[in-house]
Design a protein around this ligand. Structure first.
Ligand SMILES: CSC[C@H]1O[C@@H](n2cnc3c(O)ncnc32)[C@H](O)[C@@H]1O
Ligand SMILES: [Zn+2]
Length: 440
């Protein structure tokens, strides 16, 4: 007697990511109540299950939904607004003044919707976000069905969202209470960077984080200049400082990590901290290079982040994984560094580990949530197809994604967004451009 389930997805290739490098050809994924029940050959699946819905993906790879471990979603509205500048000039003379003038709850909601649409279209199912008015981004995650880690921003000076570090902490903790019961949305701490948050605030965060086991993410070692400034002002490297303050541990996500020395690597390794590698933002802002392959070799969990679309200028994790793989080879002078299967792991299971959600998502294993992306590999650029993992990393992009599910619910169906009105999202983005340009 066949077992009743919700969905059977038959795919040309299924790539579970765990175990790494495994590719199943002409297999099926069985889904019930939003979770993966089994991955098995199509003939066996058809005999064993009676599904309410069967989906055939004859030219596609089915993979775990991608995990973007560092984003500033609402900054999608500032895409292309201030290009070709180094980090501190970009922030201090362009982005921060513009944020002061324009960022409000409406901006955060419209920008987050634009980013959510782009992420879903390009196969992302989970993202971590650090931006002002995090309540607006959390609401967009709730509406759209994305899985989200809302990392509320803590800065010691006035921002559009908070008066100071203490105000940000209290607002963020209240938001955390609001989302306690939500299975898809976690609310965590995001002290912005070593140069915007002082020891007193970081010490408070360390106490709360330890008491309630709350993850912390922070921009760290984004540039050599940041490290040099810290050394000149305090005699301490930023990584050493986090360790001294009790903030470097298995629930810490260090975003960027360029300009690292042997001691920094040892500290990351011993503490179990994770790294969000954002290669395209680092390249565009000329911030430096994170030695991703070396960190991985040292046993450090390295995941991928796009950073905001204002410094990338997109949110496509396929492009990010491609850049990570190519950059690692260039930086190490070794063509074998960061092979395609490792880049795919960084975009999926490593990301889920970095966000503390690897028991739920990041790989296609029975019992995990059905968070999936289907990628059409039938196009000209993917022929001939010797190795689907190679094609995913070296030839595909987010444009090849056709279908996306979170917890078994379709967010993208045959390239059509299911939980967002694309035309409205574009119209709102265009309205913000005109407002910022002073045209309306
Ligand atoms: C505290 S909300 C986020 C805050 O960070 C700014 N930001 C965006 N990208 C970067 C980056 O690469 N390094 C440092 N800060 C960044 C953003 O504009 C907000 O002000
Ligand atoms: Zn960032």
């Amino acid at each position: 007697m066949p077992q009743s389930i919700d969905t059977l997805i038959h795919a040309r290739w299924i790539i579970p990511v765990v175990p790494e490098q495994k590719v199943y050809e002409n297999c099926s994924l069985a889904i019930a109540d939003g979770s993966i029940v089994a991955l098995l050959p199509t003939a066996a699946a058809e005999a064993r299950y009676q599904a309410r819905e069967e989906i055939r993906l004859d030219h596609h790879a089915l993979i775990p939904g991608l995990v973007n471990t560092h984003n500033h979603a609402a900054m999608a509205l500032l895409r292309g607004y201030a290009d070709d500048l180094p980090l501190m000039d970009w922030l201090e003379n362009h982005i921060w003044p513009t944020e002061k003038k324009w960022v409000n709850p409406e901006f955060a909601a419209d920008g987050s919707r634009l980013a959510a649409a782009e992420m879903i279209r390009s196969g992302t199912t989970s993202f971590s976000d650090q931006y002002f008015f995090p309540e607006a981004t959390a609401l967009v995650a709730r509406e759209t069905g994305l899985r989200a880690q809302i990392a509320f921003p803590i800065i010691d000076f006035p921002t559009p969202w908070s008066r100071d570090g203490e105000d940000a902490l209290q607002k963020g903790l209240a938001l955390r209470d609001d989302y306690k019961a939500n299975e898809r949305i976690d609310v965590v701490f995001a002290p912005h960077a070593p140069y915007t948050v002082g020891d007193a605030t970081l010490e408070k965060i360390a106490v709360y984080a330890a008491e309630a086991q709350i993850p912390v993410q922070m921009h760290l070692h984004e540039t050599a200049g940041e490290v040099a400034r810290a050394l000149a002002e305090t005699g301490e490297r930023p990584t050493e400082r986090l360790l001294r303050l009790g903030l470097l541990g298995p629930q810490t996500l260090c975003v960027h990590m360029t300009a690292v020395n042997e001691r920094d690597i040892e500290l990351l390794q011993q503490s179990g901290a994770h790294v969000a590698h954002c290669p395209r933002s680092n390249l565009k802002l000329a911030s430096g290079f994170c030695p991703a392959a070396r960190l991985l070799e040292a046993g450090i969990n390295v995941a991928l982040g796009t950073d905001g679309a204002a410094s990338n200028n997109g949110l496509d994790l396929f492009t990010e994984a491609n850049t990570a793989a190519l950059l690692a080879k260039a930086v190490s002078g070794n063509a074998a560094a960061l092979p395609a299967h490792q880049a795919l792991a960084m975009a999926t299971i490593n990301g889920a580990r970095a966000l503390g959600i690897d028991e739920v998502t990041g790989s296609l294993e029975a019992g995990k949530s059905a968070d999936l992306a289907a990628i059409d590999l039938g196009g000209l650029e993917q022929q001939p197809l010797h190795d689907p993992i190679s094609q995913l990393i070296y030839t595909a992009s987010g444009h090849n994604v056709t279908d996306v599910w979170v917890a078994g619910k379709p967010l993208l169906k045959d390239r059509q967004l299911q939980t967002l009105n694309e035309a409205e999202v574009i119209q709102r983005a265009q309205m913000w451009r005109a407002r910022i340009a002073g045209q309306i």
